[in-house]
Design a protein. Structure first.
Length: 319
């Protein structure tokens, strides 16, 4: 095949389904990229890892009570479990000599194991709760889901659900971005303005938990960690300004979704994993070419002579 055929292959194979896959991946990656950027700034990337695993017992308990995987109470249960993980990390870190990274490891492994135990005790080993879906996601099976009519188009229901999650996240970010930014850089200054850094912190953790459980069926609890970290980390290498960083993270989410679709079709690979691999490639590009911390960019600036050095060189050549 020539280059044009490779570019059009996903659209030839999937038709409008390619658009739904891109939108679904983007609506999953977008809220992860925005909240993940703040986790990066707060040096709490591992906390996102902890939350993505520790929401499992909350999901199990909520499913045990409701018996419905589509129930909104699963999000509430996941949010409470995420908050519990954050509280446990803070308590271990503040009341013992254990460092925060070790406290994070203790929290998420213990809570994830508790979730597995509760699933067997409360729900039985033959329960209809797809652990494979929770761990690895089923983004590639999106086109087999139920569809809803919207503006004359039959849109897969998960796309609309994740669009709602992304919209809620962006609205919250619009109203609370300044407060989150202030508390992320200087909690004492935020407190002097009358804000409560602790409330902001736990509110952010609840939103992260909300996003994680919404992304379960799409990319799973493991791959969602990458979507929380990769966009923000790549954007951090490209700008010192928070608003620019959030914009770059959103673009990273979009191009990861597009690149993931092509990898999925070209190599017949897992769609969720393809999105993460695509995001990893973009991170490597930011690491090499980022205007703030890019390796090649810094090398170029070190090699490029300053105006004073250029004048000295010209003077030396004329003398």
């Amino acid at each position: 095949m020539n280059m044009i055929e490779y570019i059009t292959l996903p659209w030839d194979v999937l038709g409008i389904g390619a658009l739904w896959l891109i939108l679904m991946a983007f609506f999953v990656a977008l809220p992860c990229s925005q909240m993940g950027s703040f986790l990066i700034l707060r040096r709490m990337a591992l906390t996102g890892d902890a939350i993505s695993h520790s929401v499992f017992p909350g999901v199990v308990i909520a499913f045990y009570i409701t018996g419905d995987l589509s129930s909104p109470w699963l999000i509430v249960g996941a949010g409470l479990a995420g908050l519990a993980s954050t509280v446990i990390i803070e308590l271990i870190h503040k009341w013992t000599r254990v460092k925060q990274d070790a406290a994070t490891g203790i929290s998420f492994t213990a809570l994830f194991a508790l979730g597995v135990l509760l699933m067997e005790l409360l729900l039985g080993k033959n329960v209809d709760l797809d652990l494979e879906c929770v761990l690895h996601g089923r983004l590639g099976l999106l086109l087999e889901d139920d569809r809803l009519a919207l503006f004359g188009l039959m849109v897969p229901a998960p796309v609309l659900i994740m669009a709602g999650v992304a919209l809620v996240t962006m609205v919250l970010l619009f109203f609370f971005c300044r407060v989150m930014m202030l508390s992320s850089f200087d909690a004492d200054l935020a407190a002097s303005f009358g804000y409560r850094p602790a409330v902001i912190h736990y509110g952010m953790m609840f939103v992260v938990s909300f996003i994680v459980v919404a992304a379960f069926q799409a990319v799973g609890a493991i791959l969602v960690i990458a979507l929380l970290i990769l966009p923000g980390a790549a954007a951090y290498l490209c700008s010192y300004r928070l608003k620019v960083m959030l914009l770059i993270a959103a673009l990273h989410a979009l191009f990861s979704a597009i690149g993931g679709l092509y990898l999925h079709v070209w190599f017949n690979s897992n769609m969720a994993a393809s999105v993460v691999v695509s995001g990893g490639v973009l991170f490597v590009l930011a690491w090499l070419l980022g205007p703030v911390d890019g390796v090649l960019w810094k090398w170029f600036k070190e090699e490029a002579p300053t105006p004073e050095e250029s004048s000295d060189q010209v003077g030396n050549r004329l003398s």
